[in-house]
Design a protein around this ligand. Structure first.
Ligand code: ADP
Ligand code: MG
Ligand code: MG
Length: 888
């Protein structure tokens, strides 16, 4: 026969021994606390397996459970010396739900179960406190009616209010025994009216009603929604805990409280929490009375008058502090605790690993390792890499007042204040004058890049977490709030409306990319702290990781940021953004619209010195480190002029007629540009473009080597290769150019030529391609698009349904599709290495900063990942965690 009931407390443990899957988190830790000798009221846990069986059997309990529960009650009775339902000295219990992970939507706890019209008198007698007994009874009826009978709780609250008003009382604590007794009378009437039956007087009916309600709540709508949102399987089930009551409402020496063993906001090693004298359970969090601080220091810091627990109950507080230390030793983590004091005696009612802010997580991990409580590797494993994001950006001063206008999606973390502008050019112009601006757009597109770069923050009315604005902003480390749907932007009138309010261009707003809030005016921010604990943990992480971490960056500023964040090279320097630069776009357009090689070369000659300057600056910042430069990739039409004035400008520069240009522009139109004339196809058709870029790279490299004495390590990367022959042709151009430049400069620089692997064919033919290419960089954005046949820019319309229906577990553009795309990568790694064992393998693209994808890269045996500058520390930590996991 399967055992469903597990006893704990009073020196008895049925040996579920910390098994959260079986006993739920609460039950496992009650047993755990009791087992290390902490004062825990005795009780028993009905296992999660019962919950599953209950549903399998059509919501019925097996007969064997009755006997097991009776046995569990006997255990409690034996230890407390009280009997359940005994009119003279009744045992009261609490009935508490508890799944594996704490889960809103589950049944709320019922306290004081076992009271009825008879036992309440017995309780009054033995406690010598009538007021306490009737207070407990009224609490019980109210909770049971709400939670188990599911009656409307408004009527009970109203009855309490009326009772207090009648007596002229403000506080619950003002109520006398007689007042509570009268209220119990009113409560019972309400139950009868609403439920059609009198309040259950049989204590066993009460108990089974509550047990059934806990299991019933597992399939409540709220619980189901929560499980869906958090990926919790429906067959986990919840446990039920039945536990002897201890009473915090037995007068001035009794209390109830909640505490953390360390400060969950800062991580500081200081007891943190609140308690209430003469109160029970929820009173602390329910806001019925203002709770008091745990420690004197906290009380003084807050300038509060009411005595802290340390002052009001020094002995019990000392006991609590001793328990804190034992719990941290046992669970080796910061604990979140619920406790009750009954007439001076401390009782522990719950403990679990406490939730904490990113800053606290970092500090606690480092402190605990330094205290010897955990190892450094464990400290590294404990901090969620994604949480680091919060720490790397300036954040809003929590103490500063906020005038919230609206909110959107928290698309890119960090906070920024600035004057509102509605287009990229204005953003750039104002920023050049030293003004902080927030770029506000309905949505952004590649033409806005320069404005996004110039802006301190980006706000859009449309678009999700993977919209252009969100992705680019995250890449740049700019705070971004996207999809703020209530913004009505009137770019012509240069204003936006939100509700009743209108914000005009030039007015200041603040956005919080971590919460999605948009505020009027400036809100003070605080700068992140990158030294200290952050630096310590990152150093430990670096000691544990195998993967190198590079950055995706194309400006000296971004390269500098990334290097400061620990980047070990550039994994992807895109060159197209450089072409958008205001000073060059005309020459770029002239090149594209030229109808002869000669025309193109004329334009390219103008671009060469500019490109060389770009690379010179980047090489200077990255001296001694490898820099992978990707040759021009996007379809040419992205650079085309749109406005009349732009055509005129190009016509003048190139000395051709506007009409000719327009005709040529029309010719360049593509039906499906993503699969069109781009990548190395540009190099195949117009070799002079790549030749110019290669020349710029090698000239810059020679110049920097001459100037600094430290040669940069250029890695020239050819995009969108599908065949070996393409790479052959491109490599020849690059090598010839290198040779020519080295001859002119009288100096040779070591360099590599390699390719992106971003087409399935390239992955499959990696063996051949590696005969030419000296490195592969997996361009997983395009590889995902081309493998799934899904356009990232259009996926928004159906991706959510795909994730909801479990076709994808996560957005494959955020976290790599390890099965499909992953298989292609594994094939390419294997075939590439077979041809060229020393081949360098890395990944660029958004996935390079995603912890789950980084774990995949570790498993696939890549040499490095490359992430946007602000994601570099996240990648370093994630790479360390992946290495540690692989080690066990
Ligand atoms: P939750 O999961 O919502 O925290 P709990 O089951 O922990 O619910 O119960 C909430 C509160 O009820 C506890 O913090 C404690 O104050 C009180 N409580 C629960 N069981 C008992 C008990 N046996 N004796 C006294 N108070 C209890
Ligand atoms: Mg609790
Ligand atoms: Mg690509």
């Amino acid at each position: 026969m399967t055992q469903y009931v597990y006893r704990f407390g009073g020196g008895v443990s049925d040996g579920g021994q910390g098994d959260k899957n079986l006993l739920g988190g609460k039950g496992a830790n009650l047993d755990g606390m009791a087992s290390i000798g902490l004062p825990v009221p005795p009780g028993f846990t009905i296992s999660t397996a019962m919950c599953t069986r209950y549903y399998d059997d059509g919501q019925r309990f097996p007969d064997s459970l009755r006997a097991e529960v009776a046995n569990g009650l006997t255990h409690i009775e034996g230890i407390t010396g009280k009997r359940f339902g005994d009119a003279a000295d009744p045992l009261l219990v609490s009935v508490r739900s508890g799944a594996r992970v704490s889960m809103p939507g589950m049944m709320d706890t019922v306290l004081n179960l076992g009271l009825n019209d008879e036992t309440v008198e017995g309780l009054a007698e033995v406690s010598g406190d009538r007021r306490f007994a009737w207070d407990s009874y009224r609490r019980f009826i109210q909770m049971y009616s709400d939670v188990v009978l599911e009656l409307d709780h408004g009527a009970f609250e109203e009855a309490l209010e009326v009772a207090k008003e009648d007596k002229g009382h403000f506080l619950d604590t003002d109520m006398t025994a007689e007042d509570w007794q009268a209220l119990v009378g009113s409560y019972k009437k309400i139950v009868e009216q609403q439920w059609g039956k009198p309040f259950p007087q049989d204590v066993n009916d009460q108990l089974w009603g509550a047990i059934g309600a806990v299991f019933g709540s597992w399939q409540s709508e709220r619980a189901k929604v929560y499980r869906r949102l958090n990926g919790i399987p429906g067959d986990w089930g919840t446990a039920v805990n039945v536990q002897a009551m201890v009473f915090g409402n037995m007068g001035e020496t009794s209390a109830t409280g909640v505490a953390f063993t360390r400060d969950p906001a800062t991580g500081e090693r200081a007891y943190y929490g609140e308690f209430l004298i003469n109160a029970q359970g929820e009173d602390v969090v329910a806001g019925i009375r203002t709770p008091q601080y745990l420690t004197r220091a906290a009380r003084e810091r807050a300038g509060a008058k009411a005595a802290s627990m340390e002052e009001a109950m020094p002995e019990t507080f000392a006991e609590l502090a001793r328990v804190f230390a034992l719990l941290e030793d046992h669970y080796r983590d910061m604990q979140d605790i619920e406790f009750t004091v009954e007439r001076g005696k401390l009782w522990m009612l719950q403990t679990r690993n406490g939730k904490r802010t990113a800053a606290a997580a970092l500090k606690i991990a480092v402190d605990m390792a330094n205290e010897g409580l955990i190892s450094r590797d464990e400290a590294v494993a404990r901090v969620d890499p994604a949480a680091l994001d919060q720490l790397l950006h300036p954040t809003l001063d929590p103490a500063a007042p906020r005038d919230v206008l609206t909110s959107g999606l928290p698309a890119s973390p960090g906070a920024a204040s600035g004057t509102v502008v509605f287009d990229a050019d204005t953003a750039e112009k104002h920023a050049a004058l030293g003004e902080a601006v927030i770029l506000v757009r309905v949505e952004t597109s590649p033409e806005d890049i320069h404005g996004m770069h110039a802006a301190k923050g980006i706000l859009t009315a449309r678009g999700g977490m993977t919209s252009h604005a969100a992705v680019v902003a995250r890449g740049m480390g700019r705070p971004c709030v996207s999809g703020a749907g209530t913004l009505a932007i009137d770019a012509k009138a240069r204003l936006f409306r939100v509700g009743e309010r209108t914000i005009k261009e030039g007015e200041v707003i603040t956005i919080d990319g971590a919460s999605g809030e948009v505020m009027a005016g400036e809100v003070a921010t605080v700068q992140p702290e990158l030294a200290g604990d952050f630096g310590t943990l990152m150093a430990w992480a670096d000691g544990a990781r195998r993967l190198k971490v590079r950055t995706n960056a194309e400006t000296p500023h971004d390269c500098r940021t990334a290097r400061d964040f620990g980047a070990e090279g550039v994994g992807l320097c895109r060159t197209e953004h450089m072409f958008f630069d205001a000073g060059r776009i005309t020459a770029v357009r002239q090149m594209i619209l030229a109808d002869s090689e000669q025309g193109r070369r004329a334009a390219l000659d103008k671009l060469l010195p500019e490109q060389r300057a770009d690379f010179t600056e980047i090489f200077e910042v990255m001296t001694g480190l490898p820099v992978t430069i990707r040759l021009l990739d996007p379809p040419l039409h992205e650079f085309l002029p749109h406005e009349e004035a732009e055509f005129a400008e190009v016509a003048e520069a190139a000395s051709v007629a506007v009409d000719t240009l327009k005709r040529r522009a029309a010719e360049l139109h593509e039906v499906n540009p993503m699969l069109g004339h781009r990548g190395c196809r540009l190099g195949v058709t117009y070799p002079e473009i790549y030749e110019m870029q290669a020349r710029a790279i090698f000239e810059a490299a020679c110049d920097v080597a001459a100037k600094t004495g430290a040669a940069p390590i250029p890695e020239v990367m050819v995009p969108l290769v599908a065949t070996r022959r393409e790479l052959d042709l491109m490599k020849a151009i690059i090598d010839d150019t290198a040779k020519a430049v080295f001859a002119e400069k009288g100096r040779e620089i070591a360099y590599l030529v390699g390719t992106m692997i971003e087409l399935p064919r390239a992955a499959l033919k990696a063996g051949e391609i590696a005969e030419v290419g000296q490195f592969f960089s997996f361009g997983t954005n395009d590889l995902t698009q081309t493998t799934l046949g899904v356009s990232r820019d259009d996926a928004g319309r159906f991706l959510t349904s795909y994730v909801d229906k479990g076709i994808f577990t996560r957005d494959p553009f955020v976290s790599i599709d390890t099965e499909g795309v992953g298989e292609l990568i594994r094939i390419a790694v294997e075939r590439g290495r077979a041809t060229r064992p020393e081949i360098k393998l890395g990944i660029c693209g958004e996935h390079g900063g995603d912890p789950a994808s980084i774990a995949f890269c570790e498993g696939a045996g890549l040499d490095y990942v490359s992430a946007s500058p602000y994601r570099v520390p996240i990648a370093r930590l994630a790479a360390a965690q992946a290495a540690l996991k692989n080690r066990v």
